[in-house]
Design a protein around this ligand. Structure first.
Ligand SMILES: C[S@@+](CC[C@H](N)C(=O)[O-])C[C@H]1O[C@@H](n2cnc3c(N)ncnc32)[C@H](O)[C@@H]1O
Length: 225
């Protein structure tokens, strides 16, 4: 396996290896609720890497004006009901700011250069006094993946871990998803963020750490510094 993300299976696959049809089937597992509880009612939300709008759609239904950004037009074609922008996150410079910028789906665990570019885009679009909300691969994910139950089935999705190799500072992972007759695979690297690296990377982007939203440290907030 190379360091580049790879995805296989039916339908379009994004540059980072995500299967569009699979994401179209994937239910939420509490992500919109976590974001909604962390931000003021009616706060405008920009999600970077929104995919099919899986997380944004319930937030829109709860009264948040939402905008989604993704570089995959195939993903965005699944969300005609939402305001979206097709763009790489790194070069996105909209002429407006938002109450909340969301970077979910462990995208902050990208390689350090990409992470810094993502954080600069988060800061650029966050209004003064706004809240950035992040979902990361928490420390326990890195500790447990190599020894995790390889096959788990939930909500009709059978997940098989094909590879979990800890090569500090990154975990190389390959996971297969089976839904009915369809099988997709996704291989990627997830870079662990120490607390020091997190605080330093946020500061370099003009952000300061806010609070952990979950005891397992999978979700946290940040604010303009
Ligand atoms: C793992 S999926 C998650 C989608 C969505 N956040 C969710 O939870 O359903 C990651 C998404 O980010 C998009 N993406 C990855 N890297 C990107 C980049 N550099 N610029 C824009 N979009 C990107 C992919 O196309 C994909 O739709």
């Amino acid at each position: 396996m190379t360091d580049d993300p790879i995805g296989t299976g039916p339908g379009a696959i994004t540059n980072d290896g995500c299967a569009v049809e699979f994401y179209g089937l994937l239910p939420t597992v509490g992500e919109p609720e976590i974001v909604h509880a962390a931000v003021p009612p009616g706060a405008s939300i920009l999600e970077l890497g929104c995919g099919t709008g899986r997380i944004l759609r319930p937030l829109a239904a709860w009264g948040h004006p939402v905008t989604g950004v993704d570089h995959s037009s195939d993903m965005l074609a699944k969300s005609p009901d939402l305001e979206t922008v097709c763009s790489p996150i790194q070069s996105l410079r909209l002429n407006r700011s938002f109450d909340v910028v969301l970077l979910a789906s462990q995208m902050i665990n990208s390689d350090p250069v990409t992470r810094q570019d993502f954080l600069a885009t988060v800061r650029h679009h966050l209004r003064d006094g706004g809240i950035a909300v992040f979902q990361q691969s928490p420390p326990t994910w890195f500790e447990k993946l190599e020894h995790a139950e390889p096959v788990v089935e939930t909500a009709g999705i059978r997940r098989t871990i094909r590879l979990a190799r800890w090569e500090p500072p990154r975990m190389r992972a390959e996971v297969e998803y089976q839904v009915g007759e369809n099988t997709w695979s996704h291989a990627w690297s997830s870079y662990m963020l120490t607390d020091e690296a997190l605080v330093g990377d946020l500061a370099a982007a003009g952000l300061r750490f806010g609070e952990w939203l979950r005891d397992n440290r999978a979700w946290f907030t940040a604010h303009p510094a």
